[in-house]
Design a protein around this ligand. Structure first.
Ligand SMILES: C=C1C[C@]23C[C@@]1(O)CC[C@H]2[C@@]12CC[C@H](O)[C@@](C)(C(=O)O1)[C@H]2[C@@H]3C(=O)O
Ligand SMILES: O=C(O)CCC(=O)C(=O)O
Ligand SMILES: [Fe+2]
Length: 335
């Protein structure tokens, strides 16, 4: 694809026009949280309840750690396809092109999926990085630890805002040595063929929710990301390379017994510009039990059955991208 082959035109690669669709709404509809301001806590709670998504400014992540990793990513995606393919397939970690997951999903995207292991061993990096694995490793390590620290600060503000006594109830899961967190670099090459399919949008990354607790996304200045509002309307997220975007994941929706909303999102391909995104998916240890927190129940019924992160992940990997993965873990309401 990136090397000149034609896009695969498949039904599943196009936007479903039967749902209310992506009128480009203005940026003020995306909640913005300034982490340096005292009102950040209440704004985060409101955004998680209403949208499951918000933009973070004054985040404290060193700009140098962002640009170093971006530079490494650009270098990687600029390699000839056969060289990138030496870093694949993504089973589950490595280079992937067009195919997302192993259940038939496709998109106009190539990517690199990596595990975040604190004891990361450079020798385990895809062989394609062998020329200078240390440079890549250090850029990745610096970026992911700064972004994880910011995610933990946000999770602690969430716990505070929910009046949970144990401030680190969510953040400790990301800080755990065994935390099952993942990092993803997505590259969406320009798709010039799009111009000839006027009124149709090619899907870069199909609609889905993220399974983990929290996702932290940073992209270059190319648009494409859309989020789905409660009424099913798709809203375009104006890109901002100097900010981060936070997604509530399925696990946080469960732990808050549905008070926070795991946001459905997707990426549309662009006809002329390439999009590069980096996403940190903060997940718990595999053995962690995920269930609504008793302190948030206050006599309410639990909406979900208890499961371990391992059980959820195992089940998620049998699903298609657009599936509602939580359905299987929902409790049937007592009448
Ligand atoms: C189709 C799939 C790709 C995915 C695993 C799955 O079976 C369903 C969840 C998908 C997702 C979405 C968010 C992240 O990008 C991801 C890494 C994850 O944890 O869940 C992907 C999975 C993937 O690309 O392997
Ligand atoms: O690449 C993006 O901007 C978002 C991709 C995404 O949602 C994902 O990888 O889970
Ligand atoms: Fe996602």
């Amino acid at each position: 694809m990136v090397d000149g082959s034609k896009p695969v035109i498949e039904q599943s690669s196009y936007v479903d026009h039967s749902r209310p669709s992506g009128s480009a709404l203005s940026s003020h509809e995306i909640p913005v949280v300034d982490l340096s301001k005292p009102d950040s806590k209440s704004l985060i709670i409101k955004a998680c309840e209403e949208c499951g998504f918000f933009k973070v400014v004054n985040h404290g992540v060193p700009l140098d750690s962002i640009s170093r990793l971006e530079e490494e990513a650009v270098k990687f995606f600029s390699l000839p396809l056969p060289e990138k393919e030496r870093a694949g397939p993504p089973d589950p970690f490595g280079y992937g092109n067009k195919k997302i997951g192993c259940n038939g999903d496709v998109g106009w995207v190539e990517y690199l999926l990596l595990t975040i292991d604190p004891n990361f061993d450079s020798d385990k990096l895809p062989s394609v990085f062998n020329e200078n694995p240390e440079k890549f490793r250090s850029a990745l390590g610096d970026y992911t630890s700064a972004v994880r620290d910011m995610a933990c600060e946000i999770l602690e503000l969430m716990a505070d805002g929910l009046r949970i006594q144990q401030r680190d109830i969510f953040s400790k899961l990301l800080m755990d040595e065994q935390s099952d967190s993942v990092f993803r670099l997505n590259h969406y090459p320009p798709c010039p063929e799009l111009q000839s399919y006027d009124d149709r949008n090619m899907i870069g990354f199909g609609e889905h929710t993220d399974p983990q607790i929290i996702s932290v996304l940073r992209s270059n200045n190319t648009s494409g990301l859309q989020i789905s509002m409660k009424d099913g309307t798709w809203v375009s997220v104006p890109p901002d390379q100097n900010s981060f975007f936070i997604n509530v994941g399925d696990s946080l929706q469960v732990m808050t017994n549905g008070r926070f909303r795991s946001v459905r999102h997707r990426v549309l391909a662009n006809s002329s510009k390439s999009r590069l995104s980096m996403i940190y998916f903060g997940g718990p240890p595999l053995s962690e039990k995920i269930a609504p927190l008793p302190c948030l129940m206050k006599g309410k019924e639990s909406l979900y059955k208890e499961f371990t992160w391992f059980e959820y992940k195992k089940s998620a990997y049998t699903t298609r991208l657009a599936d509602n993965r939580l359905e299987h873990f929902q409790r049937v309401a007592a009448s």
